[in-house]
Design a protein around this ligand. Structure first.
Ligand SMILES: *[C@@H]1O[C@H](CO)[C@@H](O)[C@H](O)[C@H]1NC(C)=O
Ligand SMILES: *[C@@H]1O[C@H](CO)[C@@H](O)[C@H](O)[C@H]1NC(C)=O
Ligand SMILES: *[C@@H]1O[C@H](CO)[C@@H](O)[C@H](O)[C@H]1NC(C)=O
Ligand SMILES: *[C@@H]1O[C@H](CO)[C@@H](O)[C@H](O)[C@H]1NC(C)=O
Length: 434
């Protein structure tokens, strides 16, 4: 199971040649923020990255309305995807005076093992001094606070002190984008209480999750913002050409059975929140409309496109790439951890009401047997199932990292949020009149 790899499901249309020209956008520029992208030198960047690197370079050869043949691309390619997109964006500016945001694509190469990030930080290659020298527009606080970094898992960068972790001024003003972020104090109190009450002797998992996202993290990694994992990709040209994204199930001849809804768990009980996962597997295997399946690449995506509920018990960390796959396929994610459901709030916001677009089954009552998959999902009123399904289709575009400028996609949602956050937090600055 290639958990370390991002499944890039590339979609085919008649206009195949568009894949070769992903940078060209014919839309008039509609910018959520003007972004300055730093041209960094090794070792702050990785050799082969920068202007030339294309994380979307792989293409499938099988035509179809959308193509389940996956191409392996690293699921930690967040930084290289953002760098690629922002370098080619019509929102890019090379004039710092014009910029709303500044992106420093430090260490863009996806690394398969956490230890490689630790080594990178320990090597001193990303020292506070070299970062300070490179980020030449960060000297003034009103501009420093418009800077952002993107690093998939912040806790791999604990050794990158002084600028990323435990930042010194002005780095504490900068924004950090990754898959996880600090949770609200009230959620933290709730999860701590739950962890203390956990009589299953499996509390270590909750503590582990908490240690990655608790509010103490907000002083170690200030302004940490979580984004979804990348899942499917295509170009805005394909959307304009009438291509239907996979979450529009009706367009693919698929009904969403809101009466007697189906459930799917892609994964195993061998890792992550083992207590919850084992119970999910047990109840699922005994349920007539629930399926447990190992990860099977594109075939699993097709399964998700047919399922109503996709079960997402916590994994090795509360964030799951699987959730992005669910949303892309129009499947309603079901969380068993308030931490997991609290991630990527800017992206769930499009669902409408708070909590729309996913289900949270409380971990403790589930483990105690007070609630079950059948009581919470199997017997859910059909109107509620339908409303959740529609909410998923509303958030789906915002979860997608398109290949080029695409208003409303994940990059756009991120830039909109960062721009608002910077405007709200940045020290006031008035340009001096000449
Ligand atoms: C640090 O940078 C040097 C020079 O660019 C490079 O050879 C070395 O591999 C880097 N170390 C790590 C851990 O990335
Ligand atoms: C926050 O973390 C630091 C170590 O990183 C620890 O010394 C400190 O006690 C923690 N504070 C709280 C309130 O947990
Ligand atoms: C389970 O239900 C019982 C009876 O209603 C209640 O006393 C208990 O607190 C519940 N446990 C959890 C973990 O929700
Ligand atoms: C620009 O994009 C925003 C959303 O990102 C949209 O609401 C607005 O209508 C767009 N404007 C134009 C002129 O396309």
């Amino acid at each position: 199971m290639s958990l370390n790899y991002l499944l890039v499901t590339l979609l085919s249309t008649a206009a195949r040649s568009q894949w070769k020209l992903p940078a060209v956008s014919v839309r008039p520029c509609n910018c959520s923020a003007r972004v300055y992208v730093y041209d960094l030198e090794p070792p702050l960047t990785d050799p082969g990255y920068g202007e030339a690197h294309n994380p979307f370079h792989r293409r499938p050869d099988t035509p179809g309305p959308w193509d389940p043949n996956e191409q392996g691309e690293h699921m930690y390619a967040l930084t290289s995807i953002l760098e690629y997109r922002l370098r080619r964006s019509c929102c890019r500016t090379t004039d710092p005076e014009e910029a709303d945001l500044f992106f420093a694509p430090i260490a863009p190469r996806p690394r398969e093992r956490a230890s490689l990030y630790f080594e990178l930080c320990q090597s001193g290659n990303l020292s506070a001094k070299s970062v300070r020298l490179a980020l030449r527009h960060a000297r003034e606080p009103w501009r420093a606070c418009r800077h952002f970094f993107s690093l998939p898992h912040h806790y791999h960068f604990e050794q990158c002190g002084g600028w990323f972790a435990h930042p010194k001024p002005p780095y504490e003003l900068m924004m950090r984008v990754g898959y996880l972020h600090s949770i609200t104090p009230s959620l933290e109190r709730r999860v701590r209480a739950e962890a203390l009450n956990d009589h299953t002797a499996k509390r270590s998992h909750l503590w582990k999750d908490l240690s990655k996202v608790s509010s103490n993290i907000s002083s170690t990694y200030p302004n940490l913002i979580s984004v979804p994992y990348p899942s499917v990709h295509w170009s805005s040209g394909q959307t304009r050409a009438g291509f239907s994204p996979p979450w529009e199930r009706e367009q693919h001849g698929l009904d969403r059975p809101v009466i007697s809804p189906t459930m799917l768990f892609v994964g195993s009980a061998a890792h992550g929140d083992v207590a919850v996962r084992a119970l999910v597997v047990k109840q699922c295997e005994a349920h007539p409309r629930c399926t447990v399946s190992p990860w099977r690449g594109g075939a699993s995506l097709l399964d998700k496109q047919r399922a109503v509920f996709c079960l997402e018990p916590s994994g090795d960390s509360p964030d799951r790439k699987s959730v992005s796959d669910d949303v892309a396929m129009g499947c309603i994610p079901v969380f068993f951890s308030a931490i997991s459901s609290g991630l990527a709030p800017w992206f769930w916001a499009a669902a409408g009401s708070a909590g729309g677009g996913y289900v949270l089954i409380e971990r403790e009552p589930f483990l105690a047997g007070n609630v079950t998959l059948e009581s919470e999902l199997g017997r859910m009123p059909s109107a509620r199932v339908a409303a959740l399904g529609h909410a998923v289709t509303r958030v789906a575009h915002g979860f997608q990292y398109s290949i080029d400028d695409d208003p409303g996609d994940a990059v756009d949602v991120l830039l909109t949020g960062l721009h608002k956050m910077a405007d709200a937090q940045c020290p006031h600055h008035t340009h001096q009149q000449p």
